[in-house]
Design a protein around this ligand. Structure first.
Ligand code: ADP
Ligand code: ZN
Length: 745
């Protein structure tokens, strides 16, 4: 037998090998094998069975080892890897490495031990005879007969006070089977926020939820590929719908992948899911996939899924590559989250990969959000996705009332740049007196590059691209980083003439100080990315907050995901504007999402909630639509702008970054390259640039960039990849291609 192997050795090629007789494990497409290349051994995935076309067969080397007795990449994952490689212009080897956890590739912690089980029960006469000659063997045999699963040899022998000779004798008689088995480490149990008590009782569905469940169940019953978009307002009980869908998929014998944006940030959701999932599928483990797992734990989880011992995995982005068998359902919660996009090679989008995997596996993909991405929403409108809506909060709880505070007026009143408006302070005060809780969100996105007039709320936009221009401090210029257009940064606001255009945002600390000064009696905690790196601290603060030991929680919007605290009746957003002025055509969408999600944290208990949003631009559409959580209105308005500028979702956007130590050389090659693309692919792509990147230099390396707009990634990216491979790049220039980037900064 001969096989073609994709080696994991830093290049993308299919190399052929022969399978020697000594290899007894079955080899199929997707098997993980060890193969010789030059003078060393590398891992590889079997990509095809068969002989090479133009290679002398007697020169083929033998493969050295098969790592697992089943395909490490089942057919649907291998197919997915090939699609990703071509869609994202990344080497197949790098995709395969992403799909297989390091622990799996290295076999780390693959702890095996000897296990015993009974294969044949002797007749009563045989038993009696054996009893006389070898009572110890009977003792062991009787013990093993009472067990449901194979028993660890060392433990059993120690417990019964027997030697290995006893078990060997039984093995010789053909009564007992001894085998090497993997030792299980059940480590997922208390890893995710153990301190929280979570209810595992199912809710009685309300009418909307029941209708949603019926729709998804019908989809699942078709056993064909389909995507459903569950658009449910915050607190509408989407999780319950997911759980029922998962229940159906499991009962029909299928497997499930459940993706959340960030496991570490959503411990509550994960804990809730796990307890329910394990109740739904008794005897089945729910594998939790997250970045804090040890290598051994990760391998165990992976093996449990690959062997079918576990059929459900919950995890962040990379859990989409879990080797779940007979995949029937993929749930992508908070599908609009930019966290689903990986910002290093391969730069894939977890949601888009989920849809593709569902397609390859003929499974159902269920995308859920209170604020769906416009990409998904447009697909639903076009009839490609099925739209399911939950318009009400459970138990008919009201959406919180949203107050918009105009910071321009506040600045005039307070005669200084305010971090907390009177309104927000009063509301916080009232909460303290009523022993209710407050969350304050601080928006951190890209504020150093924004230029915003605090008098009139004006920002400078590019005339050609409808995105905010970026302020470059070094040469005092404003630049558009889509088309490269530039002009001197104004000293005064071009609209109202005020000199306050250079305001730079409010820091987290300044807000915290103000709150402490104004409300000295309040118990306050601050959580942001810095403090969050300590996992336990994060949990601790959340438990304290839940227990009512903290009155006011201050944090960046990142921490707000999925938090469900019934005693929070006030949510304040300190600076709604920042995300609106990031130089990104998705700025409005991000702002709307932020406002709705943040507001959704208020009023989840019996008492109504209130939300105070501080802004310099109260008239902005993203803010006005969010007041009534009017997603439909917002989407219609925003999609029109996208259509006018022919931005995603109407076309795809691809970013090409060039890096190198010499700026002139970099510019020259970027321009030569752009000319080539224009000539070869001008009918399929529209180019913007090349121009200097918004951050022109990082660690002594200069950066240039080029944007491609296109209707079809699959007609363009493979061509770009081909041309790139043939282009005479100098050694000191490196480049990165990012397809469908979610972050234009
Ligand atoms: P979403 O994800 O849509 O914001 P959740 O799924 O977090 O909403 O549900 C919000 C709250 O409502 C949760 O505490 C959940 O347990 C509860 N809940 C969900 N469905 C029901 C129901 N049918 N009846 C009562 N409570 C429910
Ligand atoms: Zn521009």
């Amino acid at each position: 037998m001969m096989v073609g192997v994709h080696p994991l050795a830093g290049f993308d090629k299919l190399l052929h090998y022969k399978v020697p007789e000594s290899v007894s494990d079955p080899i199929v497409v997707g098997s993980l094998v060890r193969v010789p290349i030059m003078n060393s051994f590398h891992l590889g995935i079997v990509g095809e069975i068969g002989a090479p076309k133009n290679f002398p067969l007697d020169k083929l080397k033998p493969i050295a080892q098969v790592l697992y007795p089943f395909p490490a990449l089942p057919p649907d994952l291998l197919e997915l890897a090939r699609w990703m490689s071509s869609y994202y212009a990344a080497g197949l080897d790098s995709i395969i490495e992403t799909m297989l956890p390091a622990a799996v590739r290295n076999g780390i912690g693959l702890k095996q031990d000897k296990y015993l089980s009974v294969v044949k029960r002797p007749s009563p006469e045989e038993y009696a005879a054996l009893e006389k000659r070898a009572p110890q063997q009977v003792k062991l045999l009787r013990f093993l007969e009472q067990q449901f699963r194979p028993q660890k040899k060392s433990l059993v022998l120690a417990r019964l006070g027997l030697t290995a000779a006893v078990s060997s004798a039984l093995v010789k008689r053909g009564l007992v089977h001894e085998e090497l088995r993997r030792v299980e480490r059940i480590a997922y149990d208390d890893d995710v926020e153990s301190g929280e008590l979570v209810a595992s009782q199912p809710h009685v569905l309300n009418a909307e939820q029941a209708a949603a469940v019926a729709t998804v169940t019908a989809e699942l019953a078709r056993e064909k590929f389909g995507v459903s978009l569950l658009h449910g307002i915050t607190g509408s009980g989407k999780t319950e719908v997911y759980l029922r869908a998962i229940d159906t998929a499991l009962k029909s014998g299928g497997g499930v992948v459940f993706l959340v944006p960030e496991v570490a940030l959503t411990p509550q959701t994960v804990a809730r899911l796990r307890s329910r999932l394990e109740a739904i599928a008794p005897g089945h483990r729910c594998v939790v996939w997250h970045s804090h797992l040890s290598e051994g734990e990760r391998l165990d989880g992976w093996l449990a899924l690959a062997t079918g011992e576990a059929r459900v995995v919950v995890g962040a982005r990379s859990a989409i590559f879990a080797p779940v068998r007979n995949l029937r359902l993929i749930v992508v919660d908070e599908e609009h989250e930019p966290a689903y996009k990986q910002d290093e090679t391969p730069r894939y989008h977890g949601r888009d990969v989920a849809v593709m995997r569902a397609k390859l596996s003929q499974a159902i993909c269920l995308l859920g959000s209170a604020t769906p991405s416009l990409e998904s929403f447009a697909n639903a409108q076009a009839g490609k996705y099925q739209l399911i809506e939950l318009r009400q909060r459970v138990d008919s709880r009201k959406l919180p009332h949203i107050d918009i505070v105009d910071l321009r007026i506040e600045a005039l009143k307070q005669r200084t740049m305010p971090s907390l408006s009177r309104k927000l302070l009063d509301a916080m005060h009232a909460r303290l007196e009523r022993r209710e809780q407050t969350i304050l969100f601080i928006n951190r996105r890209g504020y150093s590059s924004a230029m915003l007039c605090t008098k009139c709320g004006h920002t400078e936009e590019c005339a050609h691209c409808s995105i905010a221009m970026t302020y470059h401090r070094a040469d005092e210029m404003l630049r558009c980083h889509l088309c490269g257009d530039q002009k001197p940064a104004p000293l005064r606001c071009p609209k109202c003439g005020a000199p306050e255009i250079r305001w730079k945002g409010l820091g987290t600390q300044r807000v915290e100080e103000t709150v402490r000064r104004m409300l000295p009696k309040a118990r306050i905690e601050r959580m942001d990315t810095d403090t969050m790196s300590k996992k336990n601290r994060f949990r601790e603060v959340l438990s304290q907050f839940r227990a009512g030991k903290i009155d006011i929680l201050i944090g960046t919007q990142m921490i707000g995901k999925g938090l469900d605290f019934p005693n929070v009746t006030l949510v304040g957003l300190i600076d709604a504007d920042i995300s609106m002025h990031i130089p990104d055509f998705r700025a409005n969408e991000r702002t709307f999402q932020l406002l709705v999600q943040v507001a959704g944290r208020a009023g989840r208990g019996d008492r109504a909630g209130e939300v105070v949003v501080q802004t310099f631009t109260p008239q902005a559409e993203a803010i006005q639509f969010s007041r009534h959580a009017d997603y439909g209105g917002f989407a219609a308005a925003e999609l029109k702008i996208r259509k006018d500028f022919n931005y995603p979702p109407y076309r795809h956007l691809i970013h090409h970054l060039f890096r190198g130590p010499n700026p002139e050389k970099l510019k020259f090659f970027a321009e030569q390259w752009a000319k080539l693309i224009e000539k070869e692919l001008g009918d399929r792509v529209e180019l913007r640039g090349p121009s200097a990147s918004p951050i022109e230099k990082i660690k002594d390396e200069y950066r240039w960039q080029l944007w491609y707009f296109t209707n079809s990634v699959t007609k363009v990216v493979p061509e770009i990849a081909r041309l790139r491979a043939d282009f005479a790049w100098p050694d000191d220039i490196t480049q990165v291609i990012d397809v469908d980037p979610v972050n234009l900064m």
